[in-house]
Write a protein that binds this ligand. Sequence first.
Ligand code: C2E
Ligand code: CA
Ligand code: CA
Length: 714
Amino acid sequence: MKVVNEFKKSFNRKLISIFLFILIIATSLIGISSYQIAKKALTEKGKVVLKNSVIQALALIHSEYEKVEAGLTNKADAQETIKTFLLGPVTADGTRESHGNIDLSEHGYFIIYDKKGFEVLHPTLEGQNVWDVTDFNDAEHYIVREKIALALNGGGYTYYAWRFPHSDKIGRKISYVGYNPDWEWIVVSTAYELDFVNEATEILYTIVIVTVILLILTGYVGTTYIKSATKPVLDIARGMKKVTKGRYQSIHPGNHNDETRILIDGYNTMIACLEKAEHKITLKNNRLTYLAYNDDVTQLPNRNGFKEYVEQRLNNGCKFGYLAQLDIIGLKLINLTLGYEQGDKVLGLLGEYLRQCKEDNSYPARTASNEFSIWIEDVEQQRIHTLLKKIRDKSQQYVIENGYNQMLDIYLALTVYDGQKKSFETLYEETTTAMRTAKEKKRLSITLFEESMKKRVENELAMRRHLGKAISEKEIIPYYQEKVDFAIGKVVGVEALARWISGEMGFVPPNVFIPYINQLNLITEFTDYMVDKVLGDYQALVMKYDSNLTISINISPLCFMEKDFTGKIERAINKYNIPPHKLILEITEDIFIADYKAINKIITRLRELFVKVSIDDFGTGYSSLNYLINIQPDEIKIDKSFVDQILHDDKAFYMFHTLCNIAENFGYSIVAEGVENKKQLEKISTTPLRIIQGYLFSKPEPLRPHGESPRPCS
Ligand code: C2E
Ligand code: CA
Ligand code: CA
C-alpha cells in the first residue's frame, strides 16, 4: 500500500507540477507581452498628446501675439495669459501649479525658454537661466541646449532623466519641443514616462491577480481531474499487488469512456485470463500431486504413496507387519499380443480386486509396472500364507471371470517386519530379493525372504552387469543336442541350445540368463545373434551328420511377434544358403494365448518360405488341442515334465499316447523331450512316436566334428 501511495503522490505531483508550470509560463508570457504592448501603445499615445499640446500652445501664443500687434492687449498681459493658461497662476511662493488648462497627465507640465536658455515659463524655475542644465543621469547631456537646438530645427522629441516636481524622485521624461518665432520662444511640453505607463502597470497588476486566481482555480480543478484520471491506474496497481497474493479482482469501469476504459477493460480481461490459467494450473497441479502418489491405471497408491504410508506406520511404532509383493507373469505377453490397452485393463481389474478386499490392516499399492505390494498388519504369522494365497487365487479368478482366461499367473514374495529397526527401503529390497528367487525357481507358492537369498541377488546383479557384453564378445555359443529316430538309429536333426561361458561368472545356464536378456531388452539382439551363429554352423553340422539333417532354433515369443521377423529369417537363410525346409523354429505355446490370426499370419509366411514351425514344451503351459487344429504346426515337442510322468502315471501315458495318435492323424511330426532312460524309451516305443531328444542318446554339445553314429549312452 505504501508503494502505491508513494507512486500516487509522485505521479499526481508530477502531473500537477507540469500542468501548473505550463500555466504559469503561459500566463507570464501573456502578461509580460501585454504589459509591453500596452506600455508601448500608451507611450506612443502620450507622445502624441505632448506634440498636440505644443501645437495647441504655439497656436495660443501666436493668437496672443496677434492681439498684442493689433493693440488689443499689451505684451505683458498677453504673455501672462499664456503662462496662466499653460501652467496656472503664480502662487504665493512665486512658483506656479504644474497644471494648466491642457492635461499633460499627472506630472506633466509646460516649459518655455528663450533662445539663451532663460526660463520664460516653468513651475519652479521661472526667470532662471538653465542653459547649462544637464540630464540627472548623464552629466554630458545638456538637455536645455538640446531642446533649443531641436526647436530651431523644426521641433521633435527629447528624452532625459529629471526630478518630479516638488519631489526628489527622479524619473525618465519625454518632451516635445516646438518654436514660436513671434517672441522667439522655445515651447516644451514635458511629461514622465511613468505617467504614461501607469495604466499598463494597472493592466499588469490585473494580469497578476487574474493569473493567481486562475492558478488556484485550475490547480484545484486540475488536481481533481488528474486524481480522477489517475484513479484507474492506481486501482490497477492495487489490483496487481493483489494478484501477487493470489487474489484476482476486476475493476469497475465507472463512467470512463475513453482510453482509460480501454485500459480498465484490458486489465479486467487479463485478470479473467489469469484466473482461468491459475484454475487450470491448480487442476494440473492437483493431478500431478495425485499422480506423484497414485497410479492412474489401478487407482491404487504408487510406490511413493506406498512408501509414505509404510514409513508412517514404521515411525508410529508399528510392532509387527508384512510386506508382500505380487508379480504378474504373462503381462508382457498380453501387452504384446493383445495391446497395452488390454494389459492396462488386466492391471485395472487386479487393482480393483485388491481395493475391494482391502481391510483396515492391509494397504495395497501398485509399486511397479507388473508388481503390486501389500502392507499387512495384525495378522497372525500362521495365517499370512493362507491370506496371501487367497488374495492371489481370488484376484486371478477375478481377472479370469472378467474375460481374460489362461493368461496370468502371480508370484508371491514376502518379508516379515518384527519391530527391529528397519527402513522401508530395506523391507522393500528384501521382498524384491525374495521375488527374484521366486521367479528364478518359477515357484508359485509364497517365497519368504531369507538372508541367504542376498548372495544370489548379488550374483544376479553381477550377471546383469556382464550380460551386456556377453553377446558382443561372443561369450554365448550354441551347443547342439541331437534328435534321434530311434526306430532306425539315426540323427535326424539337432536343436541349438545357448550356452553362456562367462569370463567372470563361469558357466551360466540359459534358464538363468535368458529371463535377464528379456528384462534388459536384449532379446532381439540375442536371437539375431543365435540365428546367425547357428545357420553359420549349418554346413559343418551337415558334414558331421548328413544332408537331411534338420536344425532347430528356439525363438522367444517376443521376437516371433516382431514386425520384420520373417524378413530377418529369409535374409539369414539366403546369407548362408540353407535349404529352408531344414530349418525348424521352436516356439513355446505361451504365444498362442490370444491372437491366433496374427500368429497364423507369421506361420503362413514362414510356410511360404518353407521354414518349419515347432510347438515347444507342449503340455506345460496353456495346452489346448485347439492349437493343433488352428495352428497346424510342423512339429510338436512333448515336454520333459510330461515324459517324466508316463512311467508312473497311466493317465499321463494315456494322454501322451492320444497326443501321438492325433499328431499322426494330422500329419505333424512329434518329438519327446528329456528322455533319460531305456524304460521311458520302451514305453514310448508302444506309441507311434519315433523321434526322441534326451540324455539317453546325447547331451547338448559344442560343435566338433566326429562321424560316429548315435547310440544310447550307458
Ligand atoms: P528347451 O527348448 O525345452 O530345451 C530343452 C532343454 O532340455 C535343454 O535345456 C536341454 O539341455 C534339456 N534336456 C534335453 N534332454 C534332457 C534330458 O534328458 N534330461 C534333462 N534333465 N534335460 C534335458 P537347456 O539347454 O538348459 O535350455 C533350457 C531352455 O532355455 C530351453 O528349453 C529353451 O527354452 C531355452 N533356450 C536355450 N537356448 C535358447 C536360445 O537360443 N533361444 C531361446 N529363445 N531360448 C533358448
Ligand atoms: Ca526347445
Ligand atoms: Ca522343452
